[in-house]
Design a protein around this ligand. Structure first.
Ligand SMILES: NC(=O)c1ccc[n+]([C@@H]2O[C@H](COP(=O)([O-])OP(=O)(O)OC[C@H]3O[C@@H](n4cnc5c(N)ncnc54)[C@H](O)[C@@H]3O)[C@@H](O)[C@H]2O)c1
Length: 322
């Protein structure tokens, strides 16, 4: 059987990590960027590094080099998308660029190839709904780096076909990702809405002098995130009351609502606060140390994944992949 083929368009931080996801699953991957030097100077070295860090976690026990060898630098967008079953677009987060690239991809790719965008927050209906054969176009939003973090949020445009959405979901399952399908479109999808709602309140708490940025990070790493690596906020509440979620809400529901009402998600922070927070985090980690810290972070993410997969919650009945 000939190998499955996929194109990754845009070979930056996210596009190069997507290439690794698909190559690890056995796909032949064509990687293309409008700035050709990006491929040699950034994307292929990043692919090699990500494959090395994933070496122990290759599903088939393959060597990092074998996986990386399935990824080729395409000579043009047309070359990249020829004969593929799907295209994962990861170009700059700019509506006009997304619109132009999506239209170009849709014209050059096979008519039934899935067209999936990595956009972090742009609604697909604003740039994917008018491409040729719009039923195969959707958002597939990853978490950086997708080679290490399995969640992918799938969101149709209103014109996406049900069969195509299911084909995309199956493709990501084949690639060992964990897709969540949104039932209707919303800007920012789920992860970024949750993340930036919390960050907005954190900006308020730091900006109004309740605590430092370092304190906020510690509240997560030494508090909330220790539970959240294994169970989400609803399951956390369920386990925190003897009667389960219903009992938690009966006791603490009013407090939950007060916190929600009083959260200053509309807090209008400005450049001074952003600079102050930069100084705090750069005081803890100088900007020059970021590449080494990213590699360390990716290693910690893998270690957390292994921990998640090591056992299942006793009594859990659903088909949770862990
Ligand atoms: N970085 C993250 O944490 C993250 C997480 C999830 C989703 N995303 C989304 O992924 C996408 C890419 O983000 P990134 O962080 O990889 O950005 P990046 O700047 O690292 O890479 C973008 C790449 O797109 C290329 N490009 C720009 N115009 C192009 C065109 N017309 N054709 C082909 N290539 C083109 C650029 O040369 C660049 O190499 C964005 O939509 C972003 O919102 C990013």
């Amino acid at each position: 059987m000939s190998p499955r083929r996929i194109a990754c368009i845009g070979a930056g931080t996210v596009g190069s990590a997507w290439a690794v996801v698909f190559a690890r699953a056995g796909f032949e991957v064509a990687l293309w960027d409008s700035v050709p030097e990006t491929l040699e100077s950034f994307a292929l070295p990043r692919v090699a590094r990500l494959c090395r860090t994933l070496a122990e976690d290759m599903p088939t026990g393959e060597e990092a080099d074998t996986v990386a060898a399935r990824i080729r630098a395409a000579s043009s967008l047309g070359d990249a998308v020829a004969g593929v079953e799907a295209v994962q677009e990861s170009v700059r987060e700019d509506l006009e660029i997304k619109r132009a690239v999506s239209s170009e991809i849709a014209q050059a790719a096979p008519a039934d190839a899935l067209l999936m965008s990595s956009t972090s927050a742009l609604p697909g209906s604003k740039f994917l709904a008018d491409v040729p054969h719009p039923e195969r176009a959707l958002v597939a939003h990853p978490v950086n780096p997708p080679s290490h973090i399995p969640l992918v949020e799938l969101c149709g445009t209103g014109r996406t076909g049900a069969a195509e959405l299911e084909r995309a979901r199956q493709l990501f399952l084949d690639a060992r990702m964990e897709p969540v399908v949104l039932q209707k479109e919303i800007e920012g999808f789920l992860l970024n809405r949750l993340q930036y709602t919390m960050v907005a309140e954190a900006m308020h708490l730091v900006g109004e002098g309740y605590c430092t940025a370092e304190d906020i990070d510690r509240v997560l790493t030494s508090g909330l995130a220790l539970r959240w690596a294994s169970i989400g906020p609803f399951m956390t509440a369920h386990l925190n009351a003897r009667e389960g979620f219903r009992g938690f809400v009966a006791q603490l529901g009013p407090m939950m609502k007060t916190m929600g009402r009083e959260a200053r998600t509309d807090y209008d922070w400005g450049p001074d606060l952003a600079e102050r927070i930069h100084d705090t985090v750069a005081g803890m980690l100088p900007v020059e140390a970021i590449p080494d810290a990213q590699a360390w972070r990716d290693g910690r993410i893998l270690a957390t994944r292994r921990m998640q997969q090591s056992d299942r919650m006793p009594g859990r009945r659903d088909t949770d992949p862990d």
